[in-house]
Write a protein that binds this ligand. Structure first.
Ligand SMILES: Cc1cc2nc3c(=O)[nH]c(=O)nc-3n(C[C@H](O)[C@H](O)[C@H](O)COP(=O)(O)O)c2cc1C
Length: 412
């Protein structure tokens, strides 16, 4: 039955009263017609008195919505569209680590893309969402091409004062294996070399992709292996990295029940990563394919609910958590925020059929952003007004102070 055992604490939609409702509706309609304002955060602060800023580590974001790593952050046109539309940050497509000779233990992860198919997916709880069927994995062009892409993206990001996060996947060893130190050395120092070419606006941000496809390896099933990866990988990266560098990890979802996922999340929360992204897509071991939709947000939010204290201990003025998984509305962003996420990484919602966005012009990113922020029933603004939230980052800080009693706040 719909709704049973769901973790959501906010209603699906809100209905504001009178004047406020008209204000949001007018904005949404106006932006659908004319496009979003250049300074969305400034506009929202002036008109509604609401602070939209998000945060990654100690870096302020103009809003919490970011492009998740994947097929939509693979070229400069995509990056440009995102910056122009007003996204808060961008995580570039994941590159697979290699050594100086071009050899890579994760060679199989450099597969060429298959066609992506965006489909409706019904969750176990009966909700209909979206998922992207796709069997590709990491960056499939050369490493040199990636360095060029990273360089150009960083430059463009600096122009717009928007952080660009580089994403990297490293080989994860079995119990009796060593780490591929040469691959860490080559990959990290080359990426850092690009960062160091110029004076940059922000610290270097690197997200390690612990991909759901790691579920193909039996090693994932042994928590001791995972602990070792989470302990050693940040050290190895910092060893070959630079001081102005934040090292993050995007944590996979494991096949199976929530208990092991909780254990893995707990390990991440006691690791030395500067930021965490919770949690990459679910993995179907039969189809050998990752998927999303409401099963993904159900699982992620359920697990985060159980780890409130650990999350509150992890986050600080320097360390943050980013949410990912089925963020298809401002309302869903808030579900992640009350559990400690000061930003959200989105892939699927940028890919849904165009008729599901109200805006009939502009880039997909701009169309999606108007829905995420201003949709009168599901957007971040009406929800923040409805819930009495003045600043987005306060919502996360409330968790730290023990004031986001998501369990108590039940609108179902
Ligand atoms: C087609 C596709 C490709 C992806 N490629 C990557 C990737 O290279 N690296 C990564 O960390 N995550 C990758 N992801 C995961 C997304 O970044 C995102 O975290 C995940 O899809 C959950 O967000 P969503 O529900 O908004 O799609 C990919 C997702 C999709 C759908």
């Amino acid at each position: 039955m719909l709704g049973i055992n769901e973790p959501y604490v906010f209603p699906d939609e809100v209905e504001l009263d009178g004047k406020l409702r008209r204000m949001v509706e007018e904005d949404y309609t106006k932006f659908n017609r004319n496009g979003l304002p250049d300074d969305i955060g400034g506009y929202v602060l002036k008109k509604y008195g609401i602070g939209l800023d998000g945060r990654i580590c100690d870096i302020r974001l103009r809003n919490p919505f970011g492009k998740a790593s994947g097929q939509l952050s693979m070229n400069l046109n995509q990056v440009k569209d995102d910056l122009e539309a007003g996204l808060g940050f961008i995580v570039l497509k994941t590159v697979i680590a290699q050594d100086e000779s071009g050899k890579s233990r994760m060679e199989d992860w450099k597969t060429r893309e298959s066609r992506m198919v965006v489909e409706r997916i019904r969750s176990k709880g009966g909700r209909i969402g979206w998922t992207v069927n796709w069997r590709g994995r990491g960056w499939s062009k050369s490493f040199e091409d990636y360095l060029d892409f990273y360089r150009a993206s960083l430059e463009m990001g600096d122009e717009y004062e928007v952080p660009i996060i580089v994403s990297c996947m490293f080989h994860v060893p079995s119990k009796d294996e060593e780490f591929e130190v040469k691959e860490f050395e080559f990959t990290v120092s080359k990426l850092c070399g690009v960062y160091l070419e110029k004076r940059r606006k922000f610290d270097m941000l690197m997200e390690v992709d612990f991909s759901p496809t790691l579920n193909l390896l039996d090693d994932v099933k042994d928590p001791e292996n995972v602990r070792r990866w989470f302990d050693e990988i940040p050290k190895l990266i910092r060893n070959y990295g630079i001081s102005r560098m934040k090292v993050g990890a995007k944590i996979f979802n494991v096949v199976g029940d929530d208990e092991y996922q909780k254990e893995i999340a707990r390990m991440a929360l006691t690791s030395d990563f500067d930021f965490l992204t919770f949690f990459n897509r679910l993995f179907d071991p039969v189809k050998k394919m990752a998927y999303g939709g409401y099963d993904l947000s159900d699982r992620n939010l359920r697990v985060m609910d159980e780890l409130r204290d650990e999350i509150a201990n992890y986050i600080s003025s320097q360390r943050t958590i980013s949410g990912t998984g089925n963020i298809d509305s401002g309302r869903m962003m808030l579900e992640y925020a009350v559990r400690g996420c000061s930003s959200g990484q989105i892939h699927t919602f940028f890919q849904i059929p165009l008729r599901f966005y109200g805006m009939m012009r502009g880039s997909r990113t701009e169309r999606a952003l108007n829905e995420l922020i201003f949709n009168p029933k599901k957007g971040l603004i009406p929800f923040m007004i409805h819930e009495g939230f003045g600043r987005f980052t306060d919502i996360v800080e409330n968790l730290k102070r023990g004031e986001n009693d998501a369990g108590e706040r039940d609108h179902r």
